[in-house]
Structures are given as structure tokens and as C-alpha cells.
Ligand binder design. Structure first.
Ligand code: CDP
Length: 218
């Protein structure tokens, strides 16, 4: 029996992954972070030394296995959960995810993963492309300063040296690329509920979304 499908989309730093993971844990559902999948392809492409600008060179995806499980991501059974957060990956992931061939490969995997059971999937095109018939679609936003502050805190906590102005620049850059690309750009699905999280705590957002899933079930 197919389960409940919850789609969570939003721009960089809107809190999608953290919030989706907490919702899944609270409800005992499966969480899939599709951004982590695009990051894994980017990491593998960099490691293989392919020409990142050439769509044909992503054919390596025919034989690679990308797998997301319990908040960890694997390429051919190698755990790359930490590796996909590197600066090299962050700077190139919007380019890699703009290629229709790459998107088709990952969207097929994502659709398959969502076929059975209760699922929370987060990304940029979940409500519009991957799960157009999701039971509930949420679009998370927050102003760019707040999103950059959250990302800055995350990076400094991990011991990475950076400046807030640099993080703002990176986020604006990625927002611009993600929302203007030809293939599945970041946009709000017509039937999505928009939640501005600028002045909300993580718990407030989590509880609000769980409340909405309850309402949608009845
Ligand atoms: O850094 P952040 O958590 O905001 O981003 P992410 O969710 O890890 O996604 C990284 C990048 O992957 C995005 O900037 C998009 O370019 C791409 N992406 C996408 O194109 N479609 C998705 N469904 C998810 C991510």
C-alpha cells in the first residue's frame, strides 16, 4: 500500500533537510534528502576528473549506485555523508544538477524510493516534478540573511573558516542558478503551502508541518 507522501521544497539554507529529518524521526517515516543525491553525483564527478561542463561525461551514472539511507549517503556503498559538504561540491552542484540527463537519473531513483511507505522527501522540485501528487507540499522560505546566518553557524560548528558575506554571496548565487535553470527550476508548486521560517524555531516549523499532515489525513 502506498503511504503518505510529504514533499518539502525551498531555497538554500531554508532548513529543509534538518526539518525533514526531524519530522521523519518523530513520525517514524523515511526521509530522503535529494540535495544529498545531487551532491553525491557532483563529488563523484569531481573525483573522476570528468569535464563538469559536458553532459555526456556524466554517463558514469549508468554504473554507479547512489543510495540514501537513514540520513547517510553512499556512492557504490562508500559512505560520503561528510565529503558531499565540501566547498568544491557546494560550488559545482548547481551546475551538475542543471543537466537533464543527471536529473532524469536521480528523479527516477527518487520516484522509485517513494513508491512504498510513508515518506518525507526534500529538495527543489519534489512538489513540482518528483511527487506531483504528494499528499502535502510545503515550500520553506526565509530571508537571505537568516538563511546565510544558519549556514554560517553550521560551517563554523564544523570548524570551517568562512565569512558571513561570503556565505550570503554563495547562497544568492545558488538561488539564482537554481531558479533560472531551464530544467525543473526551483519554483513553488501551485498547491504548496508556503512557510516563512525566518522568525520560527526549528521545533515550531516541525510541529506546524506535522499539524498540517494530520489535517490532510482527516
Ligand atoms: O545546501 P542546501 O542544503 O540548501 O542544498 P541541497 O539541498 O544540499 O542541494 C544542493 C543543490 O542540489 C541545490 O543548490 C540544487 O542545485 C540541487 N538540487 C536540485 O537541483 N534538485 C533537488 N531536488 C535537490 C537539490
Amino acid at each position: 500500500m502506498p503511504g503518505y507522501k510529504l514533499a518539502i521544497d525551498g531555497p538554500a539554507g531554508s532548513g529543509k533537510s534538518t526539518i525533514s529529518s526531524l519530522i521523519a524521526k518523530k513520525l517514524g517515516w523515511t526521509h530522503i534528502d535529494t540535495g544529498a543525491m545531487y551532491r553525491a553525483v557532483t563529488l563523484q564527478a569531481i573525483e573522476l576528473g570528468i569535464n563538469l561542463n559536458d553532459e555526456a561525461s556524466y554517463r558514469f551514472l549508468e554504473t554507479s549506485k547512489i543510495h540514501y539511507d537513514f540520513d547517510r549517503i553512499f556512492i557504490n556503498d562508500r559512505d560520503v555523508t561528510e565529503g558531499i559538504r565540501s566547498e568544491g561540491v557546494t560550488n559545482n552542484v548547481s551546475l551538475v544538477s542543471s543537466f537533464p540527463y543527471v536529473r532524469k537519473k536521480l528523479v527516477d531513483l527518487q520516484k522509485m524510493a517513494a513508491e512504498y511507505g510513508n515518506i518525507v522527501m526534500d529538495g527543489r522540485d519534489i512538489g513540482t516534478v518528483v511527487l506531483p501528487h504528494a499528499d502535502l507540499k510545503i515550500f520553506l522560505t526565509a530571508n537571505v540573511e537568516e538563511r546565510a546566518k544558519r549556514r554560517f553557524k553550521e560551517l563554523t560548528k564544523k570548524g570551517k573558516e568562512t565569512h558571513l558575506s561570503k556565505v550570503i554571496e554563495d547562497i544568492l548565487n545558488r538561488d539564482q542558478k537554481d531558479s533560472t535553470r531551464k530544467e525543473s527550476p526551483l519554483r513553488i508548486a501551485d498547491d504548496a503551502i508556503v512557510l516563512d521560517t525566518t522568525y520560527l524555531t526549528i521545533d515550531e516549523v516541525v510541529n506546524k508541518i506535522i499539524e498540517l499532515t494530520d489535517k490532510k489525513e482527516n
